[in-house]
Design a binder for this molecule. Structure first.
Ligand code: FAD
Ligand code: UDP
Length: 393
């Protein structure tokens, strides 16, 4: 029989890394992390591009932001952050606007010089059809927040490309992520702290698990019974498991498939120092088939000295429904998905010695800081008791 560790963590993303770090620090146990990919960091993984000196975020742009002091203090144990402040622009009808929607966007769009109070009054009037309601779907929430003309210009088609789902079927939470401001503040996030890890994401993640009691096996699939850390063998041996993969996959799709969105990236290289003039450009209209373009060099202006000034790399993001075997990125979360997820969650709760967590494991549209927060909670509330019970057995 294999010499199993005290805990097996399936998935080396931020949820898995956080619980592994906590288990070693707080309970002194031995942990094995497995991941089917050939690197740690999950979707937040990045690597250096030799040609341009850009740090490429392999699964799409990742910007760290939080207002949660516990999470901010925790992450600062492993990395410092640059003073990068995220700002996004949007191209609509051949004109570039600032996002998120703020007084600059509103005045540029209406060719006006409205004061904050005047802009608010205008938007209220344009959102009048939904006044006094508390919409639960993205379409109505979007119109209520910014009025129909701005909704149709900046949200409707972008959301159409991103989700390919009727916005009336999508949860309002998706759009509530974006602030709407009646001043010229164009910070994309409204959080207290934000920045990018000074030495890159991978250096941060490596420091989290820099302990001889944590071992990592890459290129290993939990469902592959030819390797020792597989579902069947671990269940039979009663080894505690933290599972951060998709719940429908865990149960072999017994109740049906949850809907996920995935993203395909098209890389374009330019013989220019700077192609977009900013890190992220959103394309609001339906005639551009991708949602946004990312110019990675521009996330790290503090590294300018070591970057190539004659070449740059841009990634265009194409969003589509994930099929089985694709990377599941965004939970779609229609009412039918939510119901199905709840049935999987009920099954998950019956699994002895297994804790489900993370963006995939709980089918939630979580940012990194939310994943870390939920991992710290999960460790205290569910994983530590599971380890203690197994130690007694
Ligand atoms: P993941 O990072 O998905 O890790 C899960 C891991 O489990 C993966 O590495 C996977 O390979 C592994 N796994 C799954 N199944 C198996 C199996 N059967 N066997 C072995 N291993 C398995 N958050 C922000 O805060 N800011 C951002 O700007 C931001 N941008 C994003 C952009 C995109 C395009 C996406 C998709 C997400 C973005 N996020 C952002 C969210 C962020 O990626 C997540 O919150 C976080 O990385 C989730 O961590 P996790 O550990 O839950 O999951
Ligand atoms: N959104 C939009 N237009 C934009 C940016 C965002 O309609 O220019 C909507 C879209 O539905 C998107 C959601 O707001 O899915 C959240 O945007 P965010 O930039 O937070 O998405 P993420 O970075 O997670 O893909």
């Amino acid at each position: 029989m294999a010499d199993y560790p005290d805990l097996v963590v399936v998935g080396a993303g931020l949820f898995g890394l956080t619980v592994a770090q906590q288990a070693v620090e707080k309970a002194g146990v031995r942990v094995r992390i497995i991941d089917v990919r050939d690197h740690i960091g999950g979707n937040a993984y990045s690597y250096m591009d030799e040609e341009t000196g850009a740090e490429i975020h392999k699964y799409g742009a990742h910007l760290f932001h939080t207002s949660n002091r516990r999470v901010w203090e925790y992450v600062n144990r492993f990395t410092s952050f640059t003073n990068y402040v995220h700002r996004v622009h949007a191209t609509h009808d051949g004109v570039v606007y600032p996002l998120p929607i703020n007084l600059g966007t509103i005045n540029q769009f209406f060719h006006a010089a409205l004061t904050p109070a005047e802009a608010k009054a205008l938007i209220e009037q344009q959102a009048g059809e939904l006044a006094g309601t508390d919409p639960e779907n993205l379409n109505d929430k979007g119109i209520q927040l910014i009025g129909r003309p701005l909704y149709e210009a900046f949200i409707k088609n972008y959301t159409g490309k991103q989700w390919q789902t009727d916005p009336a079927e999508l949860p309002a939470d998706i759009i509530k992520r974006l602030p709407v401001r009646f001043n010229y503040d164009n910070r994309y996030f409204k959080d207290t702290w934000e920045g990018l890890p000074t030495d890159g994401y991978t250096a941060w993640f490596e420091r989290m698990i820099d302990d001889p009691r944590i071992e990592v096996s890459l290129g290993v699939d939990f469902f592959d019974e030819s390797q020792p850390y597989n579902k069947k063998a671990l269940t039979e041996a009663g080894v505690p498991v933290v599972y951060t993969g998709a719940p429908d996959r865990y149960f072999d799709y017994a109740l049906g498939d949850l809907q996920w969105r995935t993203v395909d990236f098209k890389e374009v290289r330019y013989a220019e120092d700077d192609h977009l003039g900013c890190p992220v450009m959103n394309y609001s209209d339906a005639d551009v088939p991708y949602t946004r373009a990312i110019e990675f060099k521009n996330f790290n202006p503090e590294r300018r000295e070591s970057q190539n000034h004659e070449k740059t790399v841009v990634w265009q993001e194409y969003s589509r429904f994930a099929r089985r075997g694709d990377e599941p990125y965004y939970p779609v979360n229609t009412p039918a998905d939510k119901e199905l997820y709840q049935r999987y969650a009920d099954l998950a709760a019956l699994e002895k010695n297994v804790v489900f967590g993370g963006r995939l494991g709980t089918y939630r549209y979580y940012d990194m800081h939310q994943v870390i927060d939920s991992a710290l909670d999960a460790y205290e509330q569910r994983i530590a008791p599971m380890l203690a019970a197994n130690a007694r057995d």
